[in-house]
Design a protein around this ligand. Structure first.
Ligand SMILES: [Zn+2]
Ligand SMILES: [Zn+2]
Ligand SMILES: [Zn+2]
Ligand SMILES: [Zn+2]
Ligand SMILES: [Zn+2]
Ligand SMILES: [Zn+2]
Length: 181
């Protein structure tokens, strides 16, 4: 506090003393939620914006994104956060939030079951799929070895190519293996 302010009182210019810089909690120059002069914030007139991907959380164990029960809005001015429920639209596995675009199917299984949201599988093998969205059923192929071919290069090494085929859906792939001797 300056000598002058001590003797004759502060020279208030709104919320700040123009002589010594002392602040008071009145006379703020509010611009939305923040005072333009001293930087104080109030809980009104925030400018909330949806935080992009703020509703997603990476599940390390399952290696996929989990949808959070709420999405985050953050004030572009002061950083205050607000959480809001998703607004669901659509049916079964095609249920999405009209605000953030998050898919309800990405919820953890407990929440998903509670909401009655799931794929409608046509069966339970690798050739089956969801009748609504076409998602393949998460079943493993049952591969059988069909035939092998040997490919001899120069020198002693050679390569084996083996054809595998899934006995359920017929999916095929070649596997090759390098031999050293
Ligand atoms: Zn002062
Ligand atoms: Zn102020
Ligand atoms: Zn704010
Ligand atoms: Zn949402
Ligand atoms: Zn589906
Ligand atoms: Zn298959």
């Amino acid at each position: 506090m300056s000598m002058m302010c001590k003797l004759s009182g502060h020279k208030w210019n709104g919320c700040i003393c123009s002589r010594c810089g002392e602040k008071r909690d009145e006379g703020h120059a509010w611009d939305g939620c923040t005072c333009n002069v001293c930087g104080k914030t109030r809980d009104a007139e925030h400018r909330f914006e949806l935080v992009p991907k703020g509703h997603l959380e990476w599940d390390r164990q399952r290696e996929r994104h989990i949808l959070q029960p709420k999405h985050i809005f953050r004030c572009a001015r002061c950083g205050k956060e607000r959480f809001e429920e998703h607004e669901w639209t659509g049916e079964a596995c095609q249920t999405v939030c009209r605000v953030c675009g998050g898919k309800a199917i990405m919820f953890g299984s407990y929440t998903r079951e509670k909401m009655g949201i799931s794929h409608r599988w046509s069966g339970n093998t690798c050739k089956d799929h969801c009748e609504i969205c076409g998602e393949p059923y998460p079943a493993k192929h049952v591969y059988e070895r069909i035939r092998s071919e040997e490919e001899h290069g120069s020198g002693k090494s050679y390569r084996t190519h083996t054809l595998y085929r899934c006995s359920i859906c017929g999916h095929e792939y070649w596997d090759s293996y390098e031999h050293d001797n």
